[in-house]
Design a binder for this molecule. Sequence first.
Ligand code: SAM
Length: 177
Amino acid sequence: MWVVKREKQVFVLRLGHRPFRDKRVTSHVGLVARAFGADGLVISVEDAAVSCSIGDVVERWGGDFSVSVEQDWRGYLKRWKGLVVHLTMYGLPLDDVISDVQSVTGDVLVVVGAEKVPPEVYKRADFNVAVGSQPHSEIAALALFLDRLFKGGGLRKDFEGKTRIIPSANGKFALSD
Ligand code: SAM
């Protein structure tokens, strides 16, 4: 039974990160996770370039977003007490399951892959969710999933950063402390 709780903490577990190939994509997974309302990124392989690039954004643009490394990602998945949502094109359509995911209270771990994701992740997941049943990108899948999960609220979050944009129709305006 899941316990009723108002605030969900949402973390993104990036599996199979290959430092040589995936630096940019994994950094973008983290930046999208942060910008769309998640609380942190967990990577299974240490990569200072990823932690630093996301850390620099957090330092300048605000929020509490964390980056951590869990080499024993199997143990991490085992210990995770909340819901596990695995984004995969083989899963059930996002539109069919999002209300079930929203209705389950407790923290959420969203798993995205890089290379082939082992079958045990499909078994461990409470929901295997497809953002369309076609192969595309973990960045796009994560953005759409978080946007639906938070009903657009992630994009309205106030990050209270040192640097803040003043939205404008025809220019680039920002304030810096
Ligand atoms: N070939 C890999 C496999 O079979 O697991 C997937 C590679 S894909 C570029 C990387 C990640 O993007 C996947 O692990 C998944 O998390 C995500 N992804 C790609 N297409 C998706 C879709 N249609 N729905 C949900 N997630 C998707």
